[in-house]
Write a protein that binds this ligand. Sequence first.
Ligand SMILES: [Zn+2]
Length: 307
Amino acid sequence: MSELLDPVHLPWVAALFGLFVGSFLCVVVHRYPIADQTPSSPRRSSCPACGHELAWWENIPVLSWVLLGRRCRACRVVIPMRYPLMELLTGAAWGVTALVTPEGDHLLLAIHLLVVSGLLTATFVDLDCFEIPDSVSIGGMVLAPIAALAAPALHSHTWLAQEVSGGLEVTRTGSLVASLGGMLVGGGVLLLVGRLGARAYGRDAMGLGDVKLLAAGGGFVGPGGVLVALLLASLTASAMGVGNLLRYYCLIRGRDRSRGRERAPGRAWRTARVLSQYLPFGPHLALGVALAMLYWEPHLRAWFLGA
Ligand SMILES: [Zn+2]
């Protein structure tokens, strides 16, 4: 057992566990919009097309998908590529988390893995349903102060925690204050952005789900970390937004040309802008929070503060 927790093996063990967690997240995401199903009920997974109940060997992450030839054994319907991709992504995220979490602090590692899994859940559900589950965002807000008390190392690099603790050794009080401060700043700043956006554009610029998610994230990364997370999220969202805008523009122009009619570039541009607006922000916030939590020391600090 202790060999599995050896720093050399730990990331691989975590990645392997992560594959199975990813498989569970697939179930969570698939059942989220279905009213009479929960992650634990029904007990066994079944094919959404024919209802065939999966045997254990049809349910092994990635491997079953490959061995079954990407199809349901009973009805031969194609199993979408997104399922093994979600499993691989979760496995990779768990491996990386174990790799960058300070060696030997297993409680901190458990908290990091839990947060990363919550962020992945928020990402997958938001991409699918344009919604962030309250169980993740509100659950995170409840968990964050408890985690901060149990593992002050969570905020060992948070400026506020160090100030309150009166030294580099972060106390439980310092860690708790940093967690609560992070939630306040995370939720507050996004609420403010939403209000300003609503006034400027006359429509809801920010969903309340995003506000709750960033508030929860702030509880784990502190007030400074949550601003870094929001900045990173805005950067990746802008990059993707521009890409998406160009994609729609080219699609519209191409379709017009194939139909032998051409609308003015200005009109095509406006249509592309309307179509490309509906991108969920949650996945970007989730990525920002994960990066701020795992990579502040030593990488992001050097980029942002030059120290
Ligand atoms: Zn089937």
